[in-house]
Write a protein that binds this ligand. Structure first.
Ligand code: NAP
Length: 248
């Protein structure tokens, strides 16, 4: 039997980057995949076709994770289409990097709304079917930056630190219902998000990684497969750092 055989996994922001790698990896472990995208409709459709062609039960939904009502509607639709949600992965996120002196209210609000409020929206909605089932695994994709801070990312670091407090609180509240909640803190992962960094910043990050390489979406997806599965049945409220040793 495969690790995630017949588990229904909902992943936000899987049209590209880490979310896409999670969808591909968990599908290979036997999961049924519900995923969202926001602006990249073609990429969302392409992922749906790719996974479906490989025999996965899959559906992509265009849905804004930061919209409270849309998140609630999404969960209702996923339960109607798939029957349940076993694993929720809050992956959708953005950066609006700039120094605090130049950071606008909009930079701050956008990042908090999309990175932090989205996780609240989805957890609030998805825990209803999970509580009925008395089972569930929630995985919040935070960042090492939420633990160590980073110049030029005060908004992003605050949102990711917020996710960690949120994760631990949810783990404490819902543990008695057999709902686990953990966070994964990726380090430097090669995606469009990190593609925006300039050469100097890239060199600075790479020089501090003991494993001497950037991470891949697959590295994060492997951690999701573990935390989403029954192999992690006694693991909750944790932050699993996946960063090639950068943070230690
Ligand atoms: P990415 O390549 O920029 O992809 C972001 C994804 O989020 C896209 O699928 C995008 O959908 C989706 N998205 C954005 N806003 C959304 C919204 N409001 N509702 C639903 N979906 C939305 O980013 P990534 O590098 O894969 O990062 C994924 C997660 O890992 C983020 O939470 C990020 O903070 C975290 N992380 C990344 C790194 C890294 O080094 N890359 C490190 C630490 C943590 P569309 O394409 O449809 O717009």
């Amino acid at each position: 039997m495969k690790l995630l055989e017949n588990k229904v996994v909902l992943i936000t922001g899987a049209s590209r980057g880490i979310g896409k790698a999670i969808a591909q990896n968990l599908a290979a472990h036997g999961a049924h995949i519900a995923f969202t995208f926001l602006s990249r409709i073609e990429k969302g459709k392409a992922l749906e076709e790719e996974l479906s062609a490989a025999g996965t039960t899959v559906k992509g939904y265009q849905s804004d994770a930061s919209d409270f009502n849309a998140a609630d509607e999404l969960v209702t639709n996923v339960v109607a289409d798939f029957g349940k949600i076993d694993v929720l992965i809050n992956n959708a996120g953005i950066t609006r990097d700039t120094l605090i002196m130049r950071m606008t209210e909009e930079h701050w609000d956008d990042v908090m709304r999309i990175n932090l409020k989205s996780a609240f929206n989805l957890v609030k909605a998805a825990t209803k079917p999970m509580m009925r089932a008395r089972a569930g695994s929630i995985i919040n994709i935070t960042s090492v930056v939420g633990i160590m801070g980073n110049a030029g990312q005060a908004n992003y670091a605050a949102s990711k630190a917020g996710m960690i407090g949120f994760t631990k609180s949810v783990a404490k509240e819902l543990g008695s219902r057999n709902i686990r909640c953990n966070a994964i803190a990726p380090g430097f992962i090669e995606t469009e998000m990190t593609g925006e960094l300039n050469e100097d910043k890239l060199k600075e990050w790479m020089s501090g990684i003991p494993l001497k390489r950037a991470g891949s979406g697959e590295d994060i997806a492997n951690a999701c497969a573990y935390l989403g599965s029954d192999m992690a049945a006694y693991v909750t409220g944790q932050v699993l750092v996946v960063d090639g040793g950068m943070l230690m």
